[in-house]
Write a protein that binds this ligand. Sequence first.
Ligand code: SAM
Length: 306
Amino acid sequence: MSAPRTSKWYIEYSSPFLGHMHGITEILSSVRTKFQKMDIVRSGAFGTCLILDDKMQSTSSDEFIYHETLVHPAMLSHPNPENVFIIGGGEGATLREVLRHKTVKKAVMVDIDGQVIELCKKHLPAWHQGAFDDPRSRIIATDARKYLEETDDVFDVIITDLSEPVEEGPAYLLYTREFYQTAMARLSPGGTLSLQAGTAAIPYLLNFSAVYQTLKSIFPVVAPYQAFIPSFGLPWGFIVASKRNDPRSLREEEINAGIETRINGSLSFYDGIAHKGLFGIPKHVRRELESSSIVIEDNQPLFTYH
Ligand code: SAM
């Protein structure tokens, strides 16, 4: 006998014509912070979920796919990442993955929303796993763009784990050419940036291709890749941009050796074979990325539908 369907649905809209429905079993926290709407809920399919401004951020079932994908290609393509800067990443899971790297001496995480960090600490312990208390961590609640514009510090890797650029949300000015120029200036000579860049599926490739072209106007190496994130219901776009290091040049054995010697603990998603799959973007998506002519600027920002 099949179980009755739940009557409580959260729908994440990718456009007026496409949405993904999640059956909700419990609401753990629902607040409007100074910067955004924040919900922590349990979904019958994916377990605990963090949702900001109605956009799914991560879930307890598949956050390892997103966070390993965002962090390790950039970290392993850098020969010796010691100082790392994390933009956003309120759940603490990006910080957790960065701190697994034995080379890391300092990880500065700047998320604009202190209330998101506090509620994630309380409700999402499986995400951060104590990363906020690691002696190498420095956690700052302010706008990461302002912070990077004002600091003199230099970082080997900058990881942008930002919410999507929704209109009137706190993140859209960190997807522009001016912001990427600031990030470039704060990277050490072989420095590397990685970020999530939105949906990687037709017909919604506008953001991924615009972020790709915007980064290409600044960085000599720009390597797009994608992973399917089950709770997002779509393949998701990521990009490594660097002054020198190209993750696409790493062979399967080099990735596996890097994981073995440089990372504490074991990974669940990422290894040499997965790395080749991530960067093996299909032909029609590559064509869309290359043919876009949009460069995102402060006075011409790009917004995600929500
Ligand atoms: N996994 C994610 C996704 O799918 O979009 C991103 C996760 S993480 C929770 C996004 C974080 O970016 C949030 O905690 C939010 O507060 C932070 N954020 C947004 N705008 C920011 C800004 N201007 N400076 C620093 N952090 C920001």
